[in-house]
Design a protein around this ligand. Sequence first.
Ligand SMILES: *[C@@H]1O[C@H](CO)[C@@H](O)[C@H](O)[C@H]1NC(C)=O
Ligand SMILES: *[C@@H]1O[C@H](CO)[C@@H](O)[C@H](O)[C@H]1NC(C)=O
Length: 188
Amino acid sequence: MATSTIIVLLCLITCFVHQLQFQFSPVWAATTMADKSEIFTVYQHDHLNETGYAVVTGPAGAPFSDTTRPFGTIYVFRDDLTLHNDSSSAVVGVIEGSSTTTSFDGLRNLLAAKITLHHRGYRGSVSVLGGTHNTKPSVYPVVGGTGDFLYTVGYVRQSPVDSDGPRVTYKLQINLYWPPYVKFAPVP
Ligand SMILES: *[C@@H]1O[C@H](CO)[C@@H](O)[C@H](O)[C@H]1NC(C)=O
Ligand SMILES: *[C@@H]1O[C@H](CO)[C@@H](O)[C@H](O)[C@H]1NC(C)=O
């Protein structure tokens, strides 16, 4: 009897500490992650006309194809991020943003997006801005973050791993670094 009461109490305390950690997560990350880094690997599942749409059609350059879009095309998307390549695996985040085609061969883009993650005890978002290529791996910078990723810097390595008609899967390796000054910086 006494043992089970103690076990229940321990569980309650563990839950409470866990809650506190998430409730005050920016402070937690700022004080414990200074001068540390993390790598998160997730898979982005884009589906033309379901999770992403060409909202502006560019006036020149390559035509629409599985890998190209006319110059000046603006593609807006909201794609799930999963733990594994398989789109039915656990969803651990989302990437929301737009990609503007900036080359006349229809292959290169300027990406502006927000990546929200709830993964491995971290909760927050990073904003990214940079160039991508439709068929080759790209590296683009992280320009800032929120929540546990407040003040982080780093980069995302994006590689297309599978494309099947209107569906494209990208592997995203999100490399984040919390600068040493995060422990002195203001938190919301
Ligand atoms: C996506 O929608 C556009 C505009 O309605 C259409 O022209 C195109 O064929 C569609 N593509 C697919 C793969 O559904
Ligand atoms: C991802 O899954 C697809 C379809 O199941 C498969 O064709 C592809 O080889 C896989 N890619 C990787 C990198 O595991």
